[in-house]
Each structure stands twice: as structure tokens, then as C-alpha cells.
Ligand binder design. Sequence first.
Ligand SMILES: Nc1ncnc2c1ncn2[C@@H]1O[C@H](COP(=O)(O)OP(=O)(O)OP(=O)(O)O)[C@@H](O)[C@H]1O
Length: 316
Amino acid sequence: MPTADAAVLVESLVMKYGDKTAVDNLSLTVQRGTITSVLGPNGAGKTTTLETCEGYRRPHAGRVRVLGLDPVADRRALLPRIGVMLQGGGAWSGVRADEMLRHVASLHANPLDIGALSERLGLEECGRTPFRRLSGGQQQRLGLAMAVVGRPEVVFVDEPTAGMDPAIRRQTWALLEELRDSGVTVVLTTHYLEEAERLSDVVHIVDHGRVVRSGTPAEITGQGSAELRLTSVAPLHDDAVSDLGRLLAHDGGQVRRVDAHSLTGRVAPGTGTLSVLLSWAATHEVQTQRLSLGQRTLEDVYLELTSRSALQEAPA
Ligand SMILES: Nc1ncnc2c1ncn2[C@@H]1O[C@H](COP(=O)(O)OP(=O)(O)OP(=O)(O)O)[C@@H](O)[C@H]1O
């Protein structure tokens, strides 16, 4: 992946809070004009990484560049070119929503039309409400408006749709997609994996302060292969399981036993696999209690990558 002209470049970043290493040699690249999601469990180091890109924190080791600039040393040059939506809104508690948005707009040379943006994000109804009195979803919307009003080249949005109702969440997706389509780079974190899968051009999955998988959602979910899950009423014979493995291997598939009654596998999608399965079940007299053959989701892969370590850490 080319990195020279990247919107965001994070190289071997290390961030510590006292003795605790929150970000542990993390590297990632965000290409211009993409929606790139940084995903990971609570405490994985996503916010710390974003805050370092935004210039709020100085790297303990490693290098961060945003639009080719150092977010700390070149802060004055970079600030007008980026937009930041902090977790929890980031506005002053007593200030009215419309005043806050006008104030942020006034800091930029060529801001978006405030009326249109407020309408777009359903903020007109609460313009006169002090920030602390806004609902959680309204605070999020105001935070997003403040991040994008200055027409940034790169916008960092930390959990933008947390607390939003489904309709507003969709409007927010549309706004982020429009920004991307107009050339803006969007870097976001979210715990909604369906949202990440739908919106992102590229996804970085972070766990324990490191990137554990990067790619497009299609690459990560392994489009081109399907997930097989089968549970039999009676225990499955070893012969039957290895026979199925042999049959599906012709199309590059593989299966593995989960327990006495169940198996799982990565197989070629389509009717060929289905007919192999049906004739195999007839040959070995396997009566299926459950049989599913479908595309893996980003959530499946995410849980596989991150729950393994969560389980290892769980107290005995
Ligand atoms: N100011 C701080 N002081 C001490 N420890 C901190 C501080 N901020 C974050 N941490 C710790 O650093 C680690 C990474 O936190 P971070 O907020 O970056 O994670 P995250 O991936 O954004 O999590 P979440 O999904 O919950 O927002 C966590 O263990 C957290 O407790």
C-alpha cells in the first residue's frame, strides 16, 4: 500500500500511561479519500491512537504524520485542515448548541452553511438548548457537526453514532459517505461492526494496543469463501468428518470438528458445495439438526480475533 501520500501514517507508535502500555508498536496507514475504521475492544488503544493523530498526545516512541505533518510540532498548520469529534461531544456544558456550532464555524475560513448542516443532522430543534441539556444522541450530532463544519481534509470521529437512534444513525452514515465522496478522509472508531462493515473502505482491528488485522471488509471476511456450520442429531463418526473434508477440499474447502455433534468449515460458496453436503449426509446417514452456509461477517472475524485474547485474560 503506498504510504508517501497517505492522509494518516502511524509508524510503530508506543503510548504509555505511567507503567501501562496503552499502544504497543502500532502501525497503520489511512489513504486519502477513504473511510477507514479503527476497531477493537474497550481499552484496545483506539482513542489514544486517534488523540495522538489529533495532536493531543505526544508519542512516547514511533512516528505519526497527518497530511504529511507532525500533529504536535506542526499543530498550527494542521488544525485548520482537520476536524475532530471527541468521545462525549467535546462542547462547553452551558453553551447553547447553535452558539457552539457558530463559534466553531467562525474559526474557519470557509465553513459549511450552518443552517443546512443543522437541518441535515436534525439539530435545528435543539439549537437553543444548552449542551448539558441535550440528549446523548443530540450531543453526538452536535459533536459531528462541529467536526465537519470547517470543511476539514481529514476528520477523526470517535464512536460517532453511539447513542443515536436508527434514523439519525443512517443520516450520519450518509453524511460520512458524502464527505468521503467529496474527497475528505474519514477516520472513525465504532463498536457497531455492521456499521464498520457497511461504511468502511478499510478496517484496522486493534487489540492490546496492536493492529491484529487490516484490510477491506471483503478481504477481512474472506469474500469468496463461505462459513459452514453443521450440527448432527447423532454423534458424527470420524470417518464421516474426514470424508467431508476430502470432498470439500476439491474446491479449496476445509472442515474441522467442534464437538461430538458439530463441525465448522470454510468452503466454496454456491450450489456445488450444497449438493456435496446433501449427498455426503445421505451416504453417511447424517441427520442434520442445524445446517448453515453463509458469508462470514466482520463481526464473526472480529470476535474470533479479539475474544481469544479476552478469554485468555479472564480470571480462572
Ligand atoms: N488518561 C489515562 N490515564 C491512564 N490510563 C488511561 C488513560 N486513558 C486511557 N487509559 C488506558 O489506556 C488503555 C487504552 O485506552 P483507550 O481509551 O485508548 O482505549 P479504546 O480502545 O479507545 O477503548 P474504548 O473502546 O473503551 O473507548 C486502557 O487500558 C485505558 O484504561
